[in-house]
Design a protein around this ligand. Structure first.
Ligand SMILES: [Zn+2]
Ligand SMILES: [Zn+2]
Length: 146
């Protein structure tokens, strides 16, 4: 992975929330699921998964929890003032958080590795043909990558 101690800072639109992630993400994924489309207002979210131990956050946080189709409790954490979606937790993967990649101060050097829930991708959400793409969630867990 390399660059394991590199610190990236991020935050919400209004500045209430600031956070840092340290080191490389476990995975960077585009997600086309309906929940991500509603939460983002866009065709997909782009999430960078980090171990919880790599993540520190300050500010007033608001949360919204829902059940995923897989039956897990998913909690979306956002700014109660400006509404920026900052990160998500999933009780099926408690040691990890998925940070909204666009909320980093400088996300320019990250690259997507996979697109998921492409069964719900809309034609107007034009994606790369070369990106590994799965109709739903591939059989995958952070513990068995790399
Ligand atoms: Zn804010
Ligand atoms: Zn999703």
């Amino acid at each position: 992975m390399g660059k394991n101690s590199e610190i990236h800072a991020g935050g919400c639109l209004c500045g209430n929330i600031r956070y840092t992630v340290t080191g490389a993400p476990v995975v960077v994924a585009h997600c086309h699921c309906k929940d991500c489309q509603r939460a983002s207002g866009a065709g997909h979210t782009t999430g960078a998964m980090f171990a919880t131990a790599q993540f520190e956050i300050t500010g007033n946080l608001a949360e919204y929890s829902l059940k995923s189709n897989a039956g897990n409790q998913v909690t979306k954490v956002f700014c109660p003032i400006c509404g920026s979606p900052i990160y998500g937790r999933n009780d099926g993967m408690e040691k990890f958080v998925t940070v909204s990649l666009g909320t980093l101060d400088d996300s320019s050097r990250f690259e997507p590795e996979v697109a998921i829930f492409a069964y719900n991708k809309k034609a107007w959400d034009i994606m790369s043909d070369t990106l590994p793409t799965f109709l739903a969630q591939p059989a995958w867990s952070p513990e068995n990558t790399r």
